[in-house]
Every structure is written in C-alpha cells, then in structure tokens.
Design a protein around this ligand. Structure first.
Ligand code: SME
Length: 157
C-alpha cells in the first residue's frame, strides 16, 4: 500500500483541528475516523500523562474494545516504553514482547506514538491490530503526523 491511503485521513484531521473546540473533541474525531478508514487499526486510543502524576498515563478517548488498562505507569507496557524512550515503538508480535500489557486476546501487533507539546511529552496515540506485523514505516509516518497535528492544536489552545 502506498501513503496515498493516509493522505485524505490526514487532510480531514487537519481540517477538523482548525475549528475543534477542545482537545477532547479533536481526539474523539481522530479515534472515530482512523479505524473507519484503516480496518487493520482494531483499537485506536489516546493515553495522556496525568498532570497530577506525570509518571502515569491515563486512558483518553478510544475506539475498540474496553480495556482494563485505564492508568499505566510509564515504567510498564508498550505504552510506558514509548514515553520512557521518547520515541515511537512498533511491536510486530505482542506475544513475544515481555513488556506487553494485554488488552484483548485478539491483539497481535501494536504501535505507540508519543505526542509532544511545548517541548515535553504530554501523551501518546496507541493502536492495536489483530494482524501480526501490521504496522510499517508508512503507519509510523502517518501517526507521527497525527501527533504533530495534536501538538500544534495544544500549543495554540
Ligand atoms: N498494550 C498496551 C496497553 C494498552 S492496550 O493496548 C489498550 C501496553 O502494552 O502498554
């Protein structure tokens, strides 16, 4: 697949971000839109660092099966690893990664992309797929652009 499938999705997110009322409505738009266009994105959600406890991620808007992982210490999970490393983490086979915190037994691969604003990580976008090795460099580029749109929105809010 080419990057073409991502471009219209990014354009829609950018357009929505120009008039979104607040961060939560932008996040809700993103988690509804992305899985409707990219069927292998089986769980799509935001985790944001708790302003009261910046060592803990808190579940935000998501699309997919409910998860018990509503608060994740930054020392745990693939989600924590992305914050600790300060970079995107792609796991081709979650069952082979001891860091993985299971949400659904159907999940096979995961990508987590940090979101920065004003020079600091404020949260992340987390995607699970039922397919092994679902996420490629083009998904990383796409999701890092989504994180950029969120950063720009937060910084001008
Ligand atoms: N798998 C994540 C936990 C969150 S669920 O995927 C929604 C992790 O290992 O951090």
């Amino acid at each position: 697949m080419t990057e073409d499938k991502f471009q219209p999705v990014l354009a829609e997110i950018e357009a929505f971000a120009r008039s979104a009322e607040d961060l939560a409505s932008l996040q809700r738009f993103i988690v509804a839109l992305i899985p409707s266009r990219l069927p292998y994105y089986n769980w799509t959600g935001f985790y944001m660092l708790d302003p009261e406890d910046p060592n803990t991620l808190v579940l935000g808007p998501f699309h997919g099966a409910p998860t018990t992982h509503v608060r994740i210490p930054v020392t745990e999970g693939i989600c924590g690893a992305a914050v600790a490393q300060g970079e995107t983490v792609i796991v081709d086979d979650v069952n082979a990664d001891p860091r993985y915190l299971a949400c659904s037994i159907e999940t096979r691969s995961e990508i987590v992309v940090p979101i920065r604003a004003n020079g600091k990580i404020i949260g992340e976008i987390d995607i699970d797929s039922h397919d092994l090795s679902a996420f490629r460099e083009e998904d990383r580029t796409f999701l890092e652009r989504c994180a950029e749109i969120v950063r720009a929105f937060v910084e001008r809010s």
